[in-house]
Design a protein around this ligand. Sequence first.
Ligand code: SAH
Length: 336
Amino acid sequence: MSALAAALRARIAADGPLRLDHWMAACNAHYYATRDPFGTAGDFVTAPEISQMFGELIGAWIVDLWVRAGSPPCRLVELGPGRGTLMTDALRVAQRVPGFDAVPVDFVETSPALRAAQATRVPGAVWHAAFDDVPDDRPLIVIANEFFDALPVRHARLAPLPSREGLGEEQFVATDFAPVWLSSDTVRTGEWSDAGETVAAAIGTRLRNQGGAALIIDYGYAGESPGDTVQAMRGHATADPFRDPGENDVTAHVDFTALAQSAGVAAHGPVPQGVWLARLGIEARTAALKARATPTQAAGIEAALVRLTAPQQMGTLFKAMALTAPGWPVPAGFAA
Ligand code: SAH
């Protein structure tokens, strides 16, 4: 048994079953702190690791917004930057615009392993353990790709009839890591993320006070919850989220409506990722890259386009949503 499994077992024995979000937080803190999970040798692949086009288009999105906002002094903030690939590709494009090289980069990252990977690619960045630690001195342009799905969720429901009519129960993790429903006084039902809503509310407060915008890209839904979406990935295959704590990537789909409501500022989208990337010009970018590529490289570039945008791949399940401060322009890709 791993040290984390032993520690969780002892904690449950001493304090009783662990609420689902506390379980997920402990698993993910260990998981990200101890590895680089990306790529073919890892557990999963994210959009910036599929193709440089993803980060480049986000770089163009950032400077377009910044210039239309009047090129104010601001900070570029990324939540959960992974290997730093998205930011590297984005800065390569954004810094072609005069003045943007003066914009400082702030990374919010808890994993020491991933901070080290980010430092090799974006050496000038400043790291923070939490979004609240980002300085409050100027407008923020916040980027979060596949960050919110890693934040822990809770599950609650009305207790089944006839035993406890009207009473709520919530999912916990008990001895031997078995999920169990226990009575709870929560008034919510379904799946939600306190942690995600807290970060979204903090982003909203900062945007209102400091100005700026946020771009949130993730797999998820707007409107009605699809139910239990907790899933685990290991070695590119699904795994059991209640086994081998800290060794699988445990995630949940993102509730974009809840994030927008928590932020309390203007929200744009969510728009399906395939539609959003098409509006940003991914097809022209694909053609430009293919024009100076070998036939083998060109096939890889075309495959990346399909993977990022095709409805049955990442084009529909993944969505982009923007939040903007009062007075900031509507960002690219969100006006139909
Ligand atoms: N954006 C990257 C990585 C996504 S994986 C990409 O697209 O490739 C999730 C990222 O969020 C990792 O960098 C992970 O270490 C970080 N992370 C997860 N939970 C976090 C938390 N509570 N606070 C800060 N960073 C967190």
